[in-house]
Unconditional design. Structure first.
Length: 220
């Protein structure tokens, strides 16, 4: 799996029933993320927080899809623990968790660590996360070790950036950017085209090199 790679279609069993990935994702975006095992503390906090913030993903046209190599019955029991621990989850657990007991999907999607990829008895999925576009291509990857929990707000921030830059190819988002802040104008945009492309204004920063490449705008 690399940035820009097409995620192959797959079928899987999940806590929401059988899934055909391409049919399930449709024209939406997707966050596909794996976890080391059920009934583990860090995973419980992550899946719970994703569930609490599911509406933030929905309003961005993003579906959530978890994956663990444990059995489906174990997933169902774990979800009850997650809902008990994360009291802010209302109603049914809002997104499916794939049961990949054979590890075939985890291996196919590079969700197994190098040291464990050939060891089915001890291998656990690492914290792999793929943000996938409606074109089924990987737009962003986050790979964490089993010891480190994810930052869900950073995932949402990345989705905002990806969707903006997918819509407007003339800009890129700078460090720590959040919606409403200035964006960078990409180097492929020529200075002579700035007035036409950014009618509501832009700024150019002078630097010792005299190269005009630090250009920002709120016109996006």
């Amino acid at each position: 799996m690399r940035l820009g790679a097409v995620v192959p279609n797959f079928s899987a069993v999940s806590t929401k029933g059988p899934i055909n990935f391409y049919e399930w994702i449709g024209e939406s975006w997707c966050v596909l993320f794996s976890h080391p095992a059920n009934f583990t503390p860090v995973c419980t906090t992550e899946l719970g927080k994703m569930a609490v913030l599911v509406d933030e993903f929905k309003k961005r046209n993003v579906q959530l899809l978890g994956l663990s190599c444990d059995a489906l019955e174990s997933h169902v029991n774990w979800i009850n623990d997650i809902k008990s621990y994360c009291m802010d989850i209302k109603g049914d657990f809002p997104y499916p968790i794939i049961s990949d007991s054979s590890r075939e999907l985890a291996v196919q999607l590079d969700m197994i660590s190098e040291e464990d990829k050939d060891n089915p008895e001890h291998a656990m999925t690492i914290r792999s996360l793929y943000i996938i576009g409606p074109d089924k291509k990987v737009k962003l990857m986050m790979i964490y070790p089993t010891s480190t929990g994810r930052n869900i707000q950073e995932i949402l921030r990345c989705i905002d950036s990806l969707q903006l830059c997918d819509k407007n190819k003339t800009v890129a988002t700078p460090v720590n950017w959040v919606p409403g802040e200035k964006v960078m104008i990409v180097p492929t945009v020529k200075d002579e085209d700035l007035d036409k492309l950014f009618e509501n204004g832009y700024e150019k920063t002078s630097v010792p090199s005299k190269i005009s490449y630090l250009r920002t705008t709120l016109d996006y």
